[in-house]
Ligand binder design. Structure first.
Ligand code: NAD
Length: 354
């Protein structure tokens, strides 16, 4: 092997943003959302196989940077993700991410991928998967409050997985609503642009809140929420960053991903630490009921959990076998003699001098 050529263990498949866009386009957004929901459901059903810990968060006044690790004993995954609500002011995303899948047996990374697009896809797939168990029977209309980067994905996931046919849109910024309406124009959904959140939830059986603001916000007040509604609360996902008035929480049946993390980050940070919640995995595994009556208010207090990212990474790894949209990245030093790491540098320097 020439010293300039990567060794057999040096290459790691890397999925760029462009690769991910091609993968999503060739798969089809709705099919990929359904596939991701299947992968997430399968992993939630084997909940006990995973190492679980609340994500490691570094907070600042402007936002948060988080690491989200988990492992099923064979494969390890983690995601780096940020949340900075003011980023859009100068053209940046509120949320960006990348992630890694690695073999537990060797510790060697097996995949490095963009996860900004993939996070939007997996978040929406998780929401709609939960919605399938929790929304009232025959729900067809969803209010979509907060029409930013995540919103198209949420609308299309609820169409693909829950069968909604109408979305009622509201955002404090009109331009966001117009952007969402434009992007969904040929998506097969009836679109109603609304002038307030109150108007958006009229006639809706599902309400998705997906706003970004680092405060205890009140996107919905108690009097706005009628019997039988399912609330899919996405934007409250950090200490001091919530969307719902606590009175709504007190009369809802609350479903969460991983209570230890959601009690720190979710809407339920506003409640007593022992307030009863149901874990989603129990519902998927048939160990706890989903919606129990047409009148109850159900709430998915979504914060995003590492197992969902693990499922998404696993899906991409499998999908690359069919659609090989990746480049090999020379990421891992791989000397001829594993103990002669330093020698690699010397041999390279000598080769350059010749
Ligand atoms: N739960 C999860 O797994 C998960 C995953 C990804 C993102 N998020 C969160 O979802 C939220 C949305 O993310 P994004 O990338 O779409 O952000 P974004 O900044 O692109 O969009 C947020 C939108 O909310 C609107 N908004 C703010 N306050 C509002 C209000 N009071 N009423 C109506 N609209 C309002 C803004 O105008 C903006 O259009 C963020 O808070 C993010 O942290 C959660």
């Amino acid at each position: 092997m020439s010293i300039a050529t990567p060794g057999p263990y040096s290459l790691v498949p890397f999925v760029s943003v462009d690769d991910m866009m091609r993968l999503i386009a060739d798969t089809g957004v709705e099919k990929m959302l359904r596939d991701l929901a299947d992968y997430i459901e399968d992993d939630f059903k084997r909940w006990d196989s995973f190492d679980k810990t609340p994500r490691i968060a570094a907070h600042s006044d402007d936002g948060v940077i988080e690491l989200m690790p988990t492992s099923d004993g064979l494969t390890y995954g983690f995601k780096y993700v940020n949340g900075h609500p003011l980023n859009t002011r100068d053209g940046r995303q509120t949320v960006t991410a990348f992630g890694v899948l690695a073999d537990v047996a060797t510790g060697y990374p097996r995949l490095l991928t963009e996860m900004t697009l993939l996070t939007a896809m997996r978040t929406a797939a998780t929401s709609a998967l939960a919605g399938r168990y929790l929304m009232p029977q025959g729900a067809r209309v969803m209010a979509m409050i907060g029409n930013g980067a995540q919103s198209e994905f949420q609308c299309l996931a609820f169409k693909a997985i829950c069968g909604i046919d109408t979305v009622r849109l509201y955002d404090i910024d009109d331009r966001a609503t117009q952007k969402l309406a434009r992007n969904l124009a040929d998506g097969g959904l009836r679109i109603v642009e609304c002038a307030s959140s109150q108007q958006a939830i009229e006639g809706a059986q599902i309400v998705t809140t997906c706003t970004a603001d680092k405060q205890y916000a009140t996107i919905l007040t108690d009097n706005m929420v009628g019997a039988g509604i399912h609330i899919n609360a996405i934007g409250g996902d950090c200490p001091g960053k919530t969307e719902l008035h606590p009175d709504i929480l007190r009369r809802s049946r609350i479903f969460v991903e991983f209570p230890e993390q959601t009690r720190i980050e979710g809407e339920i940070q506003q409640l007593d630490p022992d307030h009863p919640v149901t874990e989603l995995w129990q519902v998927f595994a048939g160990q706890a009921p989903g919606r129990q009556s047409s009148a109850e208010v159900t709430l998915f207090d979504s914060v995003g959990f590492a197992v969902e990212d693990f499922s998404a990474l696993r899906y991409i790894r499998d999908r690359l076998k069919v659609l090989p949209y990746f480049t090999d990245l020379d990421l891992l030093a791989d000397p001829d003699d594993p103990r002669d790491l330093y020698g690699m540098i010397r041999r390279r320097a000598e080769a350059v001098e010749v």
